[in-house]
Design a protein around this ligand. Structure first.
Ligand code: AHR
Length: 503
């Protein structure tokens, strides 16, 4: 085994980036593949609850620590009639979903989903269809979900057995409207106009809601970042957030380059912040726009299998990526990147939640289990609450095919002032050797290591199955705390959570 290299870091309690918004630990569930049907909902399953939702999946969602779930799409939403999913189940239509070439039976709609989300401990982030539909259907949905009573749509909700309004706070104005693959794709001008008009009427129905406008589908779109600038020129004063999406793959099996892809996310976030601030200046506005990174993850394993799926069936196994340790490490780097922008990134949704490019997998009629990527997400959500401190990291670096000066160690710290704890999240990208991490914790008088959790495996391609949790966290020993200094070793290719009592 090669000798450990060394990284130093300074963590000062005054280097505050911002407070973590818990919605940064959001996720996403689309009517796609087995995400809803077979994933969270399966009335015949041995664990099904009184509404047909799988209790085993709900339990794992709670354990994952997801406080916020975007629904019902995704590409699906751009052809969705939300009215199809409410009212008596036996009268709901079966529709062709053109986004994924499947049949949507509408067994689950907004009421069932909102009730399930409550059981899973999450608030709903609802998307409206700005593809085939527009402001009228969007405002009706706000009225149906949020208006207490005494109007046509709210009374219809009550007639459907849902007396209490769902009080959905955060709404997405469409999905990836810059993408030519989107049902009823739009130019930035067209989208900017329709998003503005939808925003106005949705907020007139419920002035307490917050809105997310569509940014680019990824930073490699030819229209990025003009799309953002044009859209915001229309909608700036009507929305609170702008969305970003990004998926990363390792199709050429180049681990060093793959693990560096969080640098792409970082650059994307910085450019979107700059574009938002340009528009603020242009509009002489006092309002700061925040970012909603509402689709992010690793996605590439299932591409070939998806091409072989026959069209027009209900809930086929689409986008069922089986994740490796390597993927979990990139997910860790992406989480660290999001946290380092906690001052502007207030919402982020790992895409998706169950079966479809997801931390949780299920078998129809069988068990539910944790994929490798479950763990870094669960750790960040459980221990990453409080104020993000920006560590000054001096790490050895490497160059890869697409990136230069990639630090071997990616790290961020979150300080929970009330609990007097500090969580340091760190990934060692080095495939060869462990890394000694020497932390100078300035401003803290006393620190004590509570726990050092490690996720690693001898085989970077190891994954979990329904019967074997091959990749799971372990507790590491050997760290030292001395006054305001802490030294730990980050094993080669590892995700680490160093939990400290910090006074
Ligand atoms: O998450 C899968 C798909 O990826 C979503 O439907 C779409 O928004 C994105 O392109």
């Amino acid at each position: 085994m090669a000798a450990a290299k060394r990284t130093t870091t300074i963590i000062d309690r005054e280097y505050r980036v911002g407070e973590v918004d818990p919605r940064i630990y959001g996720s996403f569930l689309e009517h796609l593949g087995r995400a809803v049907y077979g994933g969270i909902y399966e009335p015949g399953h041995p664990t099904a609850d009184d509404e047909g939702f799988r209790r085993d999946t709900t339990e794992l969602v709670r354990e994952l620590g997801v406080p916020f779930i975007r629904y019902p799409g995704g590409n699906f939403v751009s052809g969705y009639n939300w009215e199809d999913g409410v009212g008596p189940a036996d009268r709901r239509p079966r529709r062709l979903d053109l986004a994924w070439r499947t049949v949507e039976p509408n067994w689950v709609g907004v009421n069932e989903f909102a009730r399930w989300a409550k059981r899973a401990g999450a608030e709903v982030n609802m998307s409206v269809n700005l593809g085939t539909r527009g402001p009228e259907e969007a405002r009706n949905l706000v009225e149906y979900c949020n208006h207490p009573a005494g109007s046509a749509w709210s009374d219809l909700r009550i007639a459907h057995g849902q007396r209490e309004p769902h009080r959905i706070r955060t709404w997405c104005l469409g999905n990836e409207m810059d993408g030519p693959w989107q049902i009823s794709h739009k130019t930035a001008e067209e989208y900017g106009r329709v998003a503005t008009e939808a925003a106005k009427v949705m907020k007139w129905v419920d002035p307490t809601i917050e809105l997310v406008a569509c940014g680019s589908s990824n930073s490699h779109m030819a229209t990025f970042p003009d799309w953002e600038a044009v859209v915001l020129d229309h909608v700036y004063e009507h929305v609170e957030y702008l969305s970003l999406h990004s998926y990363y793959g390792n199709t050429d099996n180049d681990t060093g380059n793959f693990l560096a892809k969080s640098l792409d996310m970082d650059a994307f976030i910085r450019t979107v912040i700059a574009t938002c601030d340009f528009l603020r200046a242009k509009k002489r506005s006092k309002k700061t726009l925040y970012l909603s990174f509402d689709e992010w993850n690793v996605w590439f394993h299932s591409h070939d299998a998806d091409r072989r799926i026959e069209p027009w069936s209900v809930a086929p196994p689409l986008l069922e990526d089986v994740y490796t340790l390597e993927d979990a490490l990139l997910v860790g780097c992406l989480l660290i990147t999001l946290l380092r922008h906690a001052d502007r990134v207030k919402i982020a949704c790992i895409a998706q939640l169950v079966n479809v490019i997801a931390p949780i997998m299920t078998e129809n009629g069988g068990p539910a289990w944790k994929q490798t990527i479950f763990y870094p997400f669960m750790h960040a959500s459980a221990f990453g609450r409080g104020v993000v401190l920006d560590p000054v990291v001096r790490s050895p670096k490497y160059d890869s095919k697409e990136f230069t000066d990639v630090p071997f160690v990616e790290a961020v710290a979150v300080h929970d002032e009330k609990a007097r704890t500090l969580s340091l999240f760190a990934v060692n990208r080095d495939p060869e050797a462990g890394m000694e991490l020497d932390c100078d914790l300035r401003g803290f008088e006393r620190v004590r290591i509570l726990e050092h959790i490690v996720l690693d495996h001898a085989d970077p391609k190891a994954s979990n199955t329904k019967s074997a949790q091959n990749v799971k966290p372990r507790s590491a020993g050997g760290g030292k705390a001395d006054g305001g200094r802490v030294t730990v070793t980050l094993p080669r290719l590892s995700w680490n959570v160093i939990r400290l009592e910090a006074v």
